[in-house]
Each structure stands twice: as C-alpha cells, then as structure tokens.
Design a protein around this ligand. Structure first.
Ligand SMILES: Cc1cc2nc3c(=O)[nH]c(=O)nc-3n(C[C@H](O)[C@H](O)[C@H](O)COP(=O)(O)OP(=O)(O)OC[C@H]3O[C@@H](n4cnc5c(N)ncnc54)[C@H](O)[C@@H]3O)c2cc1C
Length: 463
C-alpha cells in the first residue's frame, strides 16, 4: 500500500472527490460531498460492498431529533456527549465527541429530508445511554440501511465502482493528494482528485497490525468485515499522520461465531445473565458488550452461555440477530434449568445455584458482587432459554486523528490540505481503553463522521 510521490502525475480521468470504501462512512461522505456540489467517485474493493456496516444493527444514535421531540424525550448533544465520556472514562477526544454529537440530529434529518431515508426512534434505552436515542429504519439492520443509502447515491448520480481495490495514493512533494491507483478486473487504473476521503475502516481484520497495536486482543477471533485491513492506518503512517486512541477496540462477549452473529446485549438489561461451563456468572453484564469479551475469553474453553426466560426470549424475537439465532436452532429451550443445562453442556448444580441467587437478589432489588443491580420485575422463571456464545473482535476504535471536519492531522497537529478520514479509518469516540465503547459509537463515527468529512472535502474543492 505505498504512497507514490509524483508531483508530475497525469491522470486519464479526474474527479473532485474520491472516497475509498462504500460502507456507512463512505456512502454518507459521498452523499454529503455530492449534495454540496462536488463531483464524487466512490471506490470499494468488494464486488458487493457492505463492509462492517452491513453486519451492524443499523441503529444510529442521535440527540435532539424530531422523533425524540415527538415522543417528549428531552435529549441534547451535551447529554449525549456526557454518556459517551462516562463510558470512555473521560478519555474520548472532546472535540471529536462534540462535533459528532452536535451534528447527529442534523445528519438524520438531512438523510430524511434530502435523501428520503427515514429513521424512527427505537424503543428502549440502550445500555449506557441515558435516554432512548437509537434510530433505525423501519426495516432494521445495517444491510437495509446501506441499501437505502445506495439507492440515494444512485438517485443523486454519484458514481460508484465496485471490485476496485485502491492500492496506492499519489501525492506531490508537500504530501498533497493528487489521486489514487486502484486494481480492477486485473488492471491498474488511476484517477486524479482534489480531495480524498479514507472510509476504508480500521485494521481489525489484519492480524499483523493487531499484534503490533493491540496485542492484548490478539487471541480474540475476528468476526468483523474482512475488508478492515488497515490501509488508512498504513497510508497515514507513511504520510506522517497522527494516530489516536489506537488502544481502543470494539469486541463482543456474546457472539455465535459460526454465524458471525453478535447477539443483542440489550437482552442483558432485560434480565439475561451470562454463565460459564460451570454455571457460574463472572461479570456485571450491564457494563457493556465490548469489555465483556476479554472476560469471556478467560472462561473454560473461552465459552459462555446466555441464560434467560420466556419473557426475555419474546423481547429478543423483535431483534434481527436474535431472531436469526432462533431460526438457526442455536437457541435452546428447557422446561427446567437442569434440562437446559444438559442441552447446553453446562454444569447443572452450578446453573441452578446461580439462577437461585439471581432470583433472590431480584426479589430484594439488590446488587451482586460484580455490581449488577437486579430487579424484581426481571426474575428468571421457567421455561428457560440459553445460547452458547464466545467472544470476538469486531473492529478497532483508534485511527487517524482528524479535526472537526474529518481532515487528517499530521503528527505535529497541523492539517493535511486535502486528506480526510471518517468511520473506522479515523479515531472514534471510545477513548483509548477496552471499556470505552458505548453502543452506537461505530455508526455514529461512520454516518455522522462521514457526513462531516464529505462536507469538509466539498468545501476544500470549492475554494
Ligand atoms: C458484526 C458487527 C456488528 C456491529 N454492530 C454495530 C452496531 O450495532 N452499532 C454500531 O454503532 N456499530 C456496530 N458495529 C461497528 C460498525 O459497524 C462500524 O464501526 C462501522 O460500520 C464502520 O463503518 P465504515 O464505513 O468505517 O467501515 P465499513 O462499513 O467496514 O466500510 C469500509 C469499506 O471499505 C472497503 N475497503 C477497505 N479497504 C479498501 C481498499 N483498499 N480499496 C477499496 N475499498 C476498500 C471495504 O470493502 C468496506 O466496504 C458492528 C461491527 C460489526 C463487525
């Protein structure tokens, strides 16, 4: 993935803005740049793009939206920023957090009014958020969201080239981007541009970069999108860009690995618990799914089991990933805890003792040794359900440091003149530690960060 320094480079074709990566960040950036009047070419390596965005829940957090106001929910960018910083222990970049939270409602309204992509407010409060703040299309899911965005791209006349893997960036002596070279159908093509947006996600799918930057999570199996190979990081490093929050990551402690299926962690807030093969709990499941991953990894055979009852199961059925797990026959049902334990291969006495204690705590509205508070309304009553899960790495949260408009920073804090990054290619808002990921941070950085980068790039080319 070299940087080619060629101040005299000539290109057979040119466009104002090139965007690398057609996931949530790249598509929103392309729409934003195009809506602001720039000509755009969007390139993606895959024949049928989707990226990590297509694997996600498609729920975008936003504060102060019309949908929230209509439901009488008082929210603000500041409250949203506080929730993000609480989860990140204050280590998320305050400037980036402010830029994304302030723009969040505006971006969803813009997608609705300009591009007919309408988000509804999702019922319930996601873990770590202080109010209902997740927004999704009526047909949930990341793939549905992207497909609506691809339709908007088509309607807006944005050109997208698939099966187009960008291999080199071409720059002048001052490291101003002049264009890119990409492989397509066995040949290398080149296109010149006035601004470049890196929207090719992070480096979670690249074991060498994981070993170099995130050795602690090296043992986690990868269940994200294979396209997260870290080109933005490599190009940025070679250009002298600043890297930020490189220790941050997105993992998940309840993944059905054979299907690369993260189960909805909100089932934990509804009353589900997680046990190991001995039937013992080992974490406060309300702390969040990303930081739970390393605890799951440390359990016997690196396995855990989500245990819950019919009430929680019914709630789960409204969520696409859980419904998929049910139709794939991964979810087991037992008339009694002993029956369920046998089906799951969990120690019977251990499971009975654990659920007995959970219900006793719930009866008293009390907290356990891990700090989880149980509620009387969430006692677990038969029939019981369970599903075997493991932990997996889904993405990285660190990346290229950027300013409010997504413009990439050099190591000395100055800005590249025409290089932008968004989504997983840029630093996120999860700070620099394991537990910093607040649900929705990924799509916030992709969709809202993509919009800001698209607008920023269009401004640069309009000058
Ligand atoms: C299983 C899973 C579930 C998740 N669930 C959630 C969730 O519920 N909520 C949430 O907020 N976040 C979630 N995330 C995280 C979220 O999906 C990502 O943070 C976000 O989608 C990243 O968007 P992106 O556009 O930066 O990257 P992507 O969507 O991955 O898009 C990057 C694109 O770049 C392309 N590309 C890469 N390199 C090149 C190259 N050299 N040339 C051309 N193209 C290239 C790839 O093919 C890909 O299509 C989840 C992630 C995973 C893996």
């Amino acid at each position: 993935m070299p940087i080619l320094v060629d101040p005299d480079a000539r290109f057979a074709s040119t466009v104002q803005v090139v965007v690398i990566g057609a996931g949530g960040a790249g598509v929103t950036a392309s729409l934003a740049a195009s809506s602001a009047g720039a000509s755009v070419l969007l390139l993606d390596r895959d024949a049928t793009p989707g990226g990590a965005t297509a694997c996600s829940s498609g729920m975008v957090p936003a504060a102060g939206t019309e949908a929230q106001i209509a439901r009488g929910i008082a929210d603000s960018a500041q409250k949203f920023a506080e929730d993000i910083q609480t989860k990140a222990n204050g280590s998320a970049d305050a400037v980036r957090v402010k830029a994304l939270t302030v723009a969040s409602a505006q971006v969803l309204e813009w997608l609705h009014k300009q591009h007919k992509i309408r988000f509804d407010l999702v019922e319930g409060v996601a873990p770590g958020h202080s109010v209902p703040r997740m927004h999704a299309l009526a047909d949930r899911g990341g793939a549905t969201l992207l497909s609506a965005m691809y339709s908007a791209l088509g309607a807006h006349g944005v050109r997208m080239r698939t099966s187009a893997e960008v291999v080199d960036l071409v720059v002048d002596n001052a490291k101003r981007i002049l264009g890119v070279r990409y492989k397509r159908n066995g040949t290398v093509e080149a296109v010149g541009c006035e601004a470049l947006i890196l929207a090719c996600n992070g480096f979670a799918g690249n074991p060498e970069l994981i070993a170099q930057y995130l050795p602690d999570v090296r043992a986690l199996p990868f269940a994200g999108h294979e396209g997260s190979q870290g080109e933005a990081l490599s190009w940025g490093t070679e250009l002298g860009a600043k890297l930020a929050d490189i220790d941050g990551f997105l993992a998940h402690g309840a993944v059905v690995l054979a299907h690369r299926l993260p189960l909805p962690w909100s089932l934990m807030t509804e009353g589900a618990v997680q046990v190991n093969r001995d039937g013992e709990r080992f974490i406060n499941e309300h702390e969040g799914y990303s930081e739970s991953a390393l605890f799951v990894l440390a359990q016997p055979a690196s396995m855990a089991f989500m245990i819950y009852d019919e009430r929680v199961h019914e709630i789960g059925l409204t969520m696409p990933n859980y419904a998929t797990a049910v139709t794939s026959r991964i979810v087991k049902r037992g008339a009694s805890l002993r029956d369920l334990a046998d089906q799951l291969g969990v120690q019977r006495d251990g499971l009975e003792a654990t659920i007995g204690l959970v219900n006793a705590l719930a009866f008293d509205d009390a907290a356990d040794e891990f700090g989880r508070k149980f509620r009387a309304t969430q006692m677990l009553l038969g029939p019981y359900y369970g599903v075997p899960v493991t932990a997996a790495l889904l993405g990285t949260e660190g990346g290229l440091a950027v300013d409010v408009s997504g413009r990439v920073m050099r190591d000395d804090g100055s800005l590249f003149s025409n290089l932008f990054a968004a989504g997983g290619a840029a630093r996120g808002v999860s700070g620099d530690a394991a537990g910093g990921y607040l649900e929705g941070n990924g799509l916030l950085s992709a969709v809202v960060g993509g919009y800001l980068a698209g607008r920023g790039a269009a401004e640069v080319v309009a000058r």
